[in-house]
Design a protein around this ligand. Structure first.
Ligand code: RIB
Length: 320
């Protein structure tokens, strides 16, 4: 039985490290590297390295990028099943500055061809304990995965990344847990509540106001708002606090020697999924504490999927 099922994107990341991110019209030199990425694959790698039996569904081209995906998935024990596409495997161009901040442009390629027909035919989705999806794939395919998993009793997590202007209330309603970062939360507030706030304004809100917004946006489920150096804010529906004592609370960011924040959100999501599978009866705050630590450690290494730590490394650094 699959424990964590991830449905989403695989990209070949092309990364340039430079002291400062380039301004529009500016040319800068940087150190180039390439490696595996895509929010889906990063999350699957995090879930697997955090200890969960993991299955990953994606769309790949017929090219060297696809071979890379299959080789790396096998190395991490991830059961990868791909819809073969005429389009090239997805790519991303990533700039990383000296503080580890990034700017990303994604070329969806094959990811844009992932279909509900392919996803809907996958029995493993109905066997999932936790289903994890993002928004780098067509929304109808993502909706299909969330629907199937939920109907079979899995916990459905939607990481609404990247911010997407096409999300609908119906899509959000299919998730049990929604995990935006601050810019994705801002985009969701604008689209679904017609509330215009900047990321800085969100960061400055107190818990009561954040909780009120989270409840209006995602009334039926748990919203996990990742705030980078600001830590994580959690807002539960009063009807299901997932074992926590409070409706809302914050976790401080774990200390880290940040090298590269690319994929930190993916690390958090994958680790959260793995922890929910590992100890389904533990309070949600304990799962988040693990995910928070896992994500912090991932930022101390360069790269996306390759930066995901193994469970033993997290334990060695932070304790059990
Ligand atoms: O979240 C990081 C990921 O976003 C990168 O690996 C890149 O491929 C883009 O999908």
């Amino acid at each position: 039985m699959a424990e964590v099922v991830v449905v989403g994107s695989f990209n070949v990341d092309h990364v340039w490290r430079c002291p400062q991110l380039p301004e529009p019209g500016e040319t800068r030199g940087g150190d180039y590297s390439t490696g595996p990425g895509g929010k889906g694959f990063n999350q699957a790698t995090a879930a697997a390295r955090a200890g969960a039996k993991t299955t990953f569904f994606c769309a790949l081209g017929a090219d060297t990028g696809a071979q890379l995906a299959r080789t790396l998935a096998a190395a991490d024990g991830i059961a990868l099943h791909d819809q073969c596409s005429d389009a090239p495997t997805g790519t991303a161009g990533i700039f990383v500055d000296a503080q580890g901040r990034n700017s990303i442009v994604m070329g969806a390629g094959a990811n844009a061809t992932l279909s509900p027909g392919f996803v809907g035919g996958q029995r493993a989705i109905a066997d999932a304990q936790v289903l994890l999806a993002q928004l780098e794939s067509p929304l109808d395919a993502i909706a299909c995965a969330l629907t199937l998993a939920r109907a079979a009793g899995a916990v459905a997590i939607l990481n609404p990344a990247p911010a997407d202007a096409r999300t609908t209330p119906g899509l959000l309603a299919l998730a049990d847990i929604l995990t935006p970062n601050e810019s994705e939360f801002v985009a969701l507030l604008a689209r679904h509540l017609d509330t215009q706030l900047g990321a800085a304004a969100v960061t400055g809100l107190d818990d009561a106001n954040l909780h009120a917004l989270a409840r209006r946006l995602f009334s039926h489920g748990t919203l996990v708002l990742t705030l980078g150096a600001g830590g994580i804010f959690v807002s539960h529906a009063a009807s299901n606090r997932r074992g926590d004592a409070a409706d809302c609370y914050r976790l401080a960011a774990e200390p880290a020697q940040v090298v590269d924040t690319t994929g930190a959100g993916d690390a958090c999501n994958g680790a959260l999924a793995a922890s929910l599978v590992d100890r389904p009866d533990a309070p949600f705050a304990e799962h988040l504490r693990f995910a928070n630590r896992y994500a912090a450690l991932s930022t101390e290494r360069a790269g996306a999927a390759i930066a995901m730590p193994r469970l033993a490394e997290v334990v060695a650094r932070f304790g059990a």
